[in-house]
Design a binder for this molecule. Structure first.
Ligand code: CP
Ligand code: NVA
Length: 324
């Protein structure tokens, strides 16, 4: 029995029940299969979608644009210099105007409060395309990728390595608690999520969910089905590069680290963009700032480009389910 999600915003997966998240992932898988078969039902025909990005993006922006085009929607990119939240106009006024014109808003910004305010006052679905605290559409694509490999999400042992306080780590904790994943956060003490946050997010967690936060690589990685990476310095905190490298230099995902899973079939995931040894001139010259070694990133166990493709199918599912 399909669950009714029409009209809902996706600001964080915290706002959704496990069966609702499962429906988003299932729908993403169905839409992926339909596209592979050449089916384009145009479930968003005559819909108008606004897109506002205050931070750069390749995957998320392209995913929503392709997904909207596939489903027959018109997507309008509104440059931040035209919108100027709170400078030219209040957020509340902009939200009410956009709500009269559009059927949904894709928004990437800094503080979570801004995307929440946009949703509150626009009255239409707002999809959080990343903020400083959460990146919910990424986690939907990650879980679809995991399901494709393992046929399930519940009980999967997933180790996130890196900045355990960033938007991705927080969103993975939310997703793991909701969907029954055994998530290990491998991070130095200064970059670990607070115990109170983990406790709060684990309230009413699903069967199978477990969150372990540790500096101990052996403990974190043993038996893992998947290892997950993100950049050490998130957008907006570029000044922290030196400090982060000092904290995370022993956390680079190398073949040696992968071996600590004791399972040769463990897959590697990364939200991208990634700094891997040969990815850019900067990375080639500074392998010490790369969060993952090329031998892992380019290995047969790497699923990073499947994940990137799945961003589009999951963005499409979210739009179709909430604004279709
Ligand atoms: N993973 C992700 O959100 O990538 P972009 O920043 O390129 O959108
Ligand atoms: N933590 C990263 C995710 C990029 C998709 C950032 O916010 O820059």
């Amino acid at each position: 029995m399909p669950i009714h999600l029409n009209g809902r915003s996706l600001l964080t997966l915290r706002d959704f029940q496990a069966d609702e998240i499962q429906q988003m992932i299932d729908t993403a898988g169905d839409l992926k299969a339909a596209k592979r078969s050449g089916l384009y039902p145009r479930r968003l025909a005559h819909k108008n979608i606004a897109m506002i990005f205050l931070k750069p993006s390749c995957r998320t922006r392209a995913s929503f644009a392709v997904a909207a085009a596939d489903e027959g929607a018109n997507l309008e990119v509104l440059p931040p210099e035209d919108i100027r939240f709170g400078q030219k106009e209040s957020v509340k006024d902009i939200a009410r105007v956009l709500g009269r014109l559009f059927d949904g808003i894709v928004f990437r910004g800094f503080e979570h409060a801004l995307v929440a305010e946009l949703a509150q006052w626009s009255g239409i679905p707002v999809w959080n395309a990343l903020c400083d605290t959460y990146h919910p559409t990424q986690v939907l694509a990650d879980f679809l990728t995991i399901r494709e490999d393992f046929g399930r999400i519940r009980g999967i042992r997933l180790c996130y390595v890196g900045d355990g306080r960033n938007n991705l780590a927080t969103s993975l904790i939310v997703g793991a608690a909701k969907m029954g994943v055994d998530l290990r956060i491998l991070a130095p003490a200064k970059l670990q999520p607070s115990q109170s946050l983990v406790k709060e997010l684990m309230t009413d967690a699903s069967v199978g969910a477990a969150i372990t936060v540790t500096e101990n690589a052996r403990e974190a990685l043993d038996g893992c089905d998947a290892v997950y990476g993100d950049v050490w310095v998130s957008m907006g905190e570029e000044d922290l590069l030196e400090e982060r490298v000092a904290l995370l230099k022993d956390y680079k995902v190398t073949p040696e680290l992968m071996r600590l899973t004791n399972r040769p079939e463990t897959i590697y995931l990364h939200c991208l963009p990634a700094l891997h040894d040969l990815s850019t001139d900067f990375a080639s010259q500074h392998p010490d700032v790369c969060e993952v070694a090329d031998e892992v990133f380019e290995s047969p166990q790497s699923r990073v480009f499947e994940q990137a493709e799945n961003r589009m199918h999951s963005a499409k599912a979210v739009m179709v389910l909430t604004a279709g």
